[in-house]
Unconditional design. Structure first.
Lengths: 266, 326, 269
């Protein structure tokens, strides 16, 4: 018998690779999650264009963030939904690799394609209005951009797990999009929202990461926390919580599938 | 002593589903009702049964995809409910059909992905994939997208994936369904060669001739129960004889049927109607009764059509399933 | 044995209005309808209203943006879902069976617009209620009969446009991308969030080809209490747009059928 004691990291890498190859086979799917942010970016820009350069930059940055979120939201559903649709759930679950690692690889690719979408949005909006984004701290910005991706991926894995449990994955995707744009303050500071919504916003890792990104990008920016490093700490803490939640839910998902045998039926 | 490939004791599986407007009505379906079974190492074991008999449920439980409600199932001596992660590297699952593959990438990429999920040694992985592709005859199409494959090619890729990690037990679900006769024959030949290499095969199929040709032992599952388990030869005895005599005619009378029933060696008489035509099937033990003797027991019917054949697995299967339904 | 059958345009229309969407379209599910009618108008409105309040642009006030978004949410059902009508048939493998049936194509296709029109009407109504209750948009001076007619013509025209896009989607592998583009284009090109005068001339012309632009203008005018003379051109454009969309949709369907027959390419598209 061949050595079947595969490492989880290898499974993660295999899943990432396959998801990337599948994406390359049909890259047009980045468009649906990019078109909305491009349009919202333009719309917000039109509204902000007479309100000062900082808000304009915020619109461009927010549109990129929304694109990344769109890809995460839809990609996470597909991360588990594809196994139902393609009938690959059974062969995948009979491997010795826990399903969480398979899904995580797909979510990472979603986050990376989200990054492509985000850069695309930035380029389109910035080029169309001839307003390049002058970044305050370029190196910090680049590191934080990757960091935003990781926070989105952590939410993506939790979403993917939730999608397994519910037959309303499409519902959450279609109607959670705007709620997230509002909740994380993509286009405006979250303090503009009613006070009761703030705790919800602060429970989302991308809210902190986006605030940190703005500190590194926008001159004189004052966010909702005490500064860049507080934002980073908040994002790390919430991301870890999400990863923990994802792990717990996936263990329960596998148990649920074994007990009910109906994952494919939803 | 080495444990058997599969051992099942008093296995039950009940599905519960909520229905009704407020989902307050619980509907319970008993898919398996006290199944007992043992599969030896290195044999091809066939599981037959009508649709909804519980074949898929049993296969899923053994492949660690579903938990039993009660009872115990062991694969290679390991408990499917508690030791799934130790069983999985040692079994292969081939569900077949058009689905179950990543269509947008090549056959080779599909195999590479699963090789990594199974943790096949990196040093030998690519060679192993090449070997498997060659074994199933897909080497030339290895780098084409799966969506371009014919149904037969997909079936071959399913087989290659199931064998990739060199499993000790292979669960095969309808391995030749939808294949053209030539491909189906090749697949059966291939399955036989696997057993020669020491693999245990657990086969579910609707094709009786296929099960008869391949399987050393067969279990018939109907309504969640195993109604018979044995070799095809022994099952012939169970349903009343290895010879079958069929008579076709019109309006057989009760007295004629009684005469046929009383012939020596006739253990069973079945009647079927096909429009105006009536068919009488006799299961016969021994050689005492031959066609002239049957014909002479129906003196007023010179035109009657009579033929004899060996009792097939399909006959056995239908007898057992019908008996259970009564 | 022969089974008596009689081709009935009405029966074809009715079956496609009621049964076909339930079989093939996701938006017939209760959760989707709830989301389209209740949640999307709210979240989209809150998002753009908050952006507008931060921008403080006099020409695109919060009230202006709120009213525009209340109407534009009609696109989710009328464009995105209706556009997928033919797409779903291809995915489910039922397209061939539709093509071999003797059913009247116009009745079959138009029937599929009925339920979306009803859902769209509900969506706009709820959106306008949100505008009034949450953002205190005044309907005091509105001409309600004109408003009702404008809403109706807007939804019919948008569903017609969705059917046209469904016809275009026949020639693509998927309609999702096409649907997404037109789903959001309205937010930019139709005077939903800011006046068309903000746009470069080329985009302004593109916006005027989109029925939502005339629908938004008609509804804004009727809320402001405009008279018949003002409303008639808007309604005229909406009716003309509906007619043009349906003619184009049927033409595309015909081209697709002829091409499918010639090349056997129904599934491949």
């Amino acid at each position: 018998m061949a050595n079947a004691s595969g490492t989880r990291l290898r499974a993660l890498s295999a899943s990432t690779r396959l998801a990337f190859l599948s994406f390359l086979a049909d890259p047009q799917w980045v468009i649906p999650s990019t078109i909305a942010p491009v349009v919202f970016g333009f719309a917000a820009f039109e509204l902000y264009r007479y309100a000062g350069p900082v808000l304009v930059l915020e619109a461009v940055l927010g549109a990129a963030m929304m694109s990344m979120w769109g890809q995460t939201l839809y990609g996470s559903g597909w991360a588990t939904g594809q196994d139902r649709e393609l009938g690959t759930l059974e062969p995948t679950l009979t491997t010795p690799t826990p399903y969480l690692w398979v899904v995580s690889g797909r979510v990472i690719v979603n986050a990376i394609t989200g990054l492509v979408g985000g850069v695309l949005v930035y380029l389109v909006v910035a080029a169309a209005y001839r307003r390049p984004l002058p970044v305050e701290q370029p190196l910090t910005f680049a590191v934080l951009f990757i960091f935003v991706l990781l926070t989105l991926a952590s939410v993506g894995v939790v979403l993917a797990a939730v999608y397994v449990y519910t037959r309303y994955a499409g519902f959450i995707q279609n109607f959670g999009e705007f709620a997230f744009y509002i909740g994380t303050g993509c286009m405006f500071p979250v303090i503009l929202l009613p006070f009761w919504t703030n705790p919800i916003a602060l429970l989302l890792p991308p809210t902190w990461a986006l605030d940190a990104l703005r500190y590194a990008t926008l001159p004189g920016y004052v966010g909702f926390s005490w500064g860049l490093y507080w934002d980073i700490a908040g994002a790390v803490a919430t991301t870890l919580i999400y990863i923990g939640i994802a792990g717990t839910i996936f263990r329960r998902v596998e148990q649920h599938v074994l007990e009910s045998g109906n994952l494919g039926d939803y | 002593m080495e444990p058997p490939a599969i051992r099942i004791q008093d296995l039950t599986r009940v599905y519960s589903a909520r229905k009704g407007f407020l989902f307050n009505e619980v509907v319970r379906t008993e898919a398996l009702r006290g199944v007992n079974l043992e599969v030896r190492r290195g044999e091809i074991f066939g599981l037959l049964g009508p649709n909804g008999a519980g074949k898929t449920t049993l296969t899923k439980i053994l492949a660690t995809l579903l938990l039993p409600t009660s009872g115990r199932a062991e694969v290679l001596g390991l408990d499917v409910a508690k030791e799934a992660y130790r069983i999985r590297p040692r079994i292969g699952l081939v569900l077949g059909g058009e689905r179950g593959l990543y269509n947008r990438v090549s056959g080779r990429e599909n195999l590479r992905y699963f090789a990594d999920l199974y943790g096949i040694e990196l040093a030998g992985r690519d060679r192993r994939i090449d070997d498997m592709l060659q074994l199933v005859g897909l080497s030339d199409a290895a780098d084409r997208r799966v969506e371009e494959y014919s149904r037969g090619m997909k079936q071959k890729l399913h087989l290659a994936r199931g064998l990739l990690h060199d499993p000790e037990i292979l669960f095969l679900d309808e391995p030749t369904i939808g294949l053209d006769p030539k491909s189906a024959r090749e697949t059966r030949k291939f399955v036989r060669s696997l057993v020669a290499g020491g693999v245990t095969i657990f086969l579910t199929s609707h094709y009786m001739f296929e099960a008869e040709e391949l399987c050393q032992r067969i279990a018939v599952l109907t309504r969640g129960r195993i109604v018979a388990t044995d070799t095809v030869a022994a099952l012939r005895g169970l349903v009343g004889g290895d010879r079958t005599i069929e008579l076709e005619g019109h309006d057989f009378e009760d007295a004629e049927l009684d005469r046929l029933r009383r012939l020596p060696g006739v253990s069973r008489l079945l009647t079927e109607e096909f429009g105006p035509l009536e068919r009488i099937t006799l299961r016969v033990r021994g050689l005492e009764v031959d066609l002239p003797r049957v014909r002479s027991s129906l003196p007023g019917r010179p035109q009657i059509e009579i033929r004899e054949r060996r009792t097939s697995l399909e006959d056995i299967y239908l007898d057992l399933v019908e008996e259970e339904a009564l | 044995m022969t089974v008596a059958h009689r081709a009935s345009i009405w029966r074809t229309f009715w079956t496609n209005a009621v049964l076909a969407p339930r079989m093939s379209l996701g938006f017939m599910r209760a959760d989707y309808v709830f989301g389209s009618v209740v949640i999307v108008p709210l979240t989209q409105m809150v998002f753009f209203a908050t952006v507008a309040s931060l921008a403080g642009n006099a020409q695109a006030s919060v009230g202006y943006v709120v009213l525009g978004n209340a109407i534009s949410t009609v696109t989710y059902t009328s464009i995105f879902s209706v556009c997928q009508t033919t797409d779903q048939e291809k995915n489910h493998g039922t397209m061939e069976h539709l093509l071999v049936s003797p059913a009247n194509r116009v009745a079959m296709y138009l029937g599929r617009g009925v339920i979306p029109i009803l859902v769209s009407l509900a969506t706009v109504t709820v959106g306008l209620l949100y505008a009034a209750l949450l953002y205190h948009v005044s309907f005091g001076g509105a001409n309600f009969p004109f408003l009702a007619l404008s809403i109706f013509l807007t939804t019919v025209s948008m569903v017609g446009f969705g059917l046209f896009l469904g016809g275009v989607a026949l020639f693509f592998r998927t309609s999702i991308i096409l649907g997404n583009i037109f789903l959001f284009a309205g937010l930019l090109l139709s005077g939903v969030n800011f006046p068309l005068s903000f746009l470069p001339p080329v985009l302004r012309v593109a916006g005027e080809l989109f029925p939502l632009t005339w629908g938004v203008a008609a509804i804004r005018a009727s809320v402001a209490g405009a008279g018949l003379a003002t409303m008639l051109p808007y309604w005229g454009f909406l009716l003309l747009g509906t007619f043009a969309s349906l003619v184009l949709a049927m033409a595309l369907w015909g081209i697709f059928e002829r091409r499918a027959l010639a090349t056997g390419s129904i599934v491949r598209f």
